[in-house]
Unconditional design. Structure first.
Lengths: 55, 226
């Protein structure tokens, strides 16, 4: 996950894990402290669409 | 074009691809430009590879050995199909829902990038300029990208507008995907403007007519200068 960055400011993201299986994160979020926005991880796939496109 | 939009409620390509993801998995089960991609896999020989607009993931197949694979697509439903596809063909890929205009990676992240038939879905002239700058940003210096878009001058679109809504039949209803059709000159100009060095621009290998201008696809191999 270290390679992922905020799609807006390209800054580092903080990982929060809600549910994991083995080494795989099933649900959780990636938080950008600079933009103060939390991007969801759903079914192992992070959704890093910019906030304006998150539906 | 305007009339089309009046008749139909505005649907983004992301919403359309979410709807057609499952049928895409079945109908587009193999890489369409396999030969081109196999040549690149031979040439590149491993490293970190980003697939922009990877959909359900068939274009990863030629790279499944030796590469660290990353795929982005704006459609979550397509990426769900990509999980299924990678499980079926037994390869590891990291998938992220993302917009090609705002890639969620730091500068200089990838050795290589591929993008098969994705960039022609980018709407807006400014956006088409920015999207290649964004691709360049995430490539490492010396890194290469192979991308393909649909050609404006293929006979199917003669005398039509460069901006098209292309139908896809889905269980009795028709959905429309937005395409911006490129000419060779236009793509070259945009890639150059983004600061990418053009290595080759050509038709797909399966196209045998001597004049490349009428090919279905435009295939470009570009490089980020060191």
């Amino acid at each position: 996950m270290q390679i992922l960055a905020c799609p807006v400011c390209k800054g580092e993201l903080q990982l929060n894990v809600d549910k994991e299986e083995g080494e795989e994160i099933i649900t959780g979020s990636l938080y950008c402290p600079k933009c103060q926005y939390s991007y969801p991880i759903v079914d192992t796939i992070p959704n890093l669409l910019p906030p304006s496109e998150q539906s | 074009m305007l009339q089309f939009s009046k008749l139909r409620p505005m649907t983004t390509n992301r919403e359309v691809f979410d709807q057609i993801a499952e049928s895409w998995y079945r109908v587009r089960h193999w890489p369409r430009l396999r030969e081109e991609l196999e040549v690149l896999a031979q040439k590149w020989q491993g490293g970190k590879l980003l697939n922009v607009g990877c959909a359900h993931g068939p274009d990863f197949l030629p790279f499944k050995q030796g590469f660290e694979l990353w795929g982005v697509d704006s459609s979550p439903a397509m990426l769900k199909q990509a999980l299924r596809y990678s499980a079926k063909f037994q390869f590891q890929v990291k998938l992220v829902v993302a917009d090609a205009l705002s890639l969620p990676f730091p500068n200089d992240s990838f050795d290589w990038a591929i993008s098969v038939a994705a960039y022609h879905h980018i709407k807006g002239k400014d956006e088409r300029e920015r999207v290649f700058m964004e691709l360049k940003r995430v490539l490492k210096p010396g890194g290469e990208a192979f991308l393909t878009v649909w050609n404006y001058r293929q006979p199917r679109f003669w005398l039509k507008s460069k901006d098209q809504e292309v139908p896809w039949r889905l269980r009795g209803k028709t959905v429309y995907r937005y395409y911006h059709l490129f000419s060779y000159g236009e793509l070259k100009k945009l890639l150059t403007k983004a600061g990418l060095e053009i290595i080759t621009m050509s038709a797909e290998k399966s196209y045998h007519f001597p004049i490349k201008n009428f090919s279905h696809n435009i295939c470009a191999l570009v490089k980020k200068r060191r």
